[in-house]
Design a protein around this ligand. Structure first.
Ligand code: AMP
Ligand code: GLY
Length: 422
């Protein structure tokens, strides 16, 4: 099956590595625009604009592509999946209308209300006065969300009233959602969907804050691990029955079939599971650990979803091994733009047992690899327990040099102390 993967981050690199690991020959895969790491594994077409419906459709036709996998949200919002579907090319990625589940938090709340999906109470605000009154109603900590795509930076959770208001002021033009604070463990659970039915992948936990101990600002995600040994029994089944299926059915009722990946961002509160966000695409960096554990052929699963035949797809299976990913970020991330700086030591890191490295923002300058963005690399370790996976991931990071870079040193650390009874 000839496959085109759109995107240029570590998520797309992880998807490509998983396609290859589960049986797709590398020469059947092409990526656009890709990055320096992806170009080491498959052919990349840097000149193809992944956000242009016309350009992508033309390219897919010319290359006889049988499946397009859309990584990031931007092509979805730009209508790339709609154009491909129109041209009868199988595409894994929801229509623009269905992707509004991610792009508009107020639309997501409406869908959840109609489908009786458990989520936090929230108020939509279009003025700062409304924001202030909603904050007073819910109390601290304050949860302020920009009602649109903000590259993972649209949400602030803080006890500081002034900081909350300042954040609201910055995004007020998009509309603001003030939400009740939800306390508990966060879980990301992905479902494949063909618009009618869903199939769960395996749960992962993302580390959203920039620094150790969940300090610092929210980021796109600084690390992740899977599986989650502490999850309650029946968790996946409950999320499927109370969140994923009703959401997909409600979208179908609205005429917006959701064909692609439904990312459920959840918090397990004392009062039960609550949705904190939906995304319409694979999560980054959770994908790096989820797909690292997948053993079922990925191309077949995504093709079944894309063509409306998920009911005849095999149940996705995952190794019991533990996957951990730690993100290496450039100096100043997430606040400032990263300078282009050389990265060294990658080859040595990749030689370590169970290590693979997904590139997020890299380019080649001759033989020299350069970091070109905030999140630069996802170091992924697979091992048979948490201690070994953590040791291996951090050993790999110790081999890599990038001036001024930072990473979290506590990814999955709590799982180990919990396993040791601390
Ligand atoms: P979101 O972009 O909606 O996922 O929010 C980013 C992060 O903010 C989440 O991963 C949570 O850590 C946190 N967050 C979002 N909503 C809430 C909430 N209602 N209560 C507590 N934390 C939240
Ligand atoms: N890791 C969170 C996201 O992909 O949105």
């Amino acid at each position: 099956m000839k496959i085109l993967v759109l995107g240029q981050g570590a998520r797309e690199h992880a998807i490509i590595k998983s396609l290859i690991a589960t049986g797709t020959p590398a020469d059947q895969i092409v990526a656009a625009p890709g990055n320096a790491g992806i170009s080491g594994d498959v052919r990349v077409v840097e000149s193809l604009n992944p956000n242009s419906p016309e350009a992508v459709t033309e390219f897919a036709k010319a290359e006889a592509i049988e499946l397009v996998i859309i990584g990031p949200e931007a092509p979805l919002v730009a209508g790339v999946s709609d154009a491909l579907r129109e041209a009868k090319i199988a595409v894994f990625g929801p229509s623009k209308a269905a992707a509004a589940l991610e792009g508009s938090k107020s639309f997501a709340k409406e869908v959840m209300a109609a489908a009786d999906v458990p989520t936090g109470m929230a108020r939509e605000c279009s003025t700062l006065e409304e924001v202030e009154s909603a904050m007073a109603a819910f109390g601290a900590p304050y949860v302020i969300k920009a009602d649109g795509l903000a590259a993972g930076k649209g949400v602030i959770v803080t006890d500081d009233r002034d900081a909350a208001l300042e954040h609201a002021a910055k995004f007020i033009d998009m509309g603001i959602l003030v939400e009740e604070f939800l306390d508990g463990q966060e879980v990301s659970l992905f479902f494949l969907s063909d618009g009618k039915t869903v199939l769960p992948l395996t749960p992962a936990q993302d580390f959203k804050r920039a620094y150790d101990g969940d300090a610092g600002p929210n980021t796109g995600g600084m690390g992740a691990y899977s599986p989650l040994p502490w999850l309650p029994e029946g968790f996946i089944e409950e999320v499927e029955a109370t969140v994923a299926l009703p959401t997909v059915h409600e979208l179908a009722r609205l005429g917006a079939d959701f064909v692609g990946l439904l990312y459920c961002g959840l918090i397990i509160t004392k009062r039960g599971i609550r949705v904190i966000e939906f995304n319409a695409r694979f999560g980054d960096p959770e994908t790096q650990v989820v797909l690292r554990r997948l053993v079922t052929p990925l191309a077949n699963l995504l093709h079944k979803a894309a063509t409306g035949h998920l009911d005849s797809a095999p149940q996705p299976e995952f190794t019991k091994d533990v996957a951990i990913t730690v993100v290496l970020a450039s100096e100043g991330y997430p606040d400032t733009a990263a300078p282009n700086r050389p990265i060294t030591g990658l080859a040595e890191a990749e030689k370590l047992d169970g290590i693979s490295i997904a590139h997020a923002a890299t380019k080649k300058d001759g033989e020299q690899l350069l970091a070109t963005g905030g999140r630069v690399l996802s170091v992924v370790a697979l091992a048979n327990d948490f201690a070994a996976a953590r040791a291996q991931a951090y050993e790999a990071l110790s081999k890599i040099s990038l001036e001024g870079s930072h990473f979290r040193s506590d990814i999955a650390a709590k799982v180990i102390s919990a396993e040791n009874g601390n």
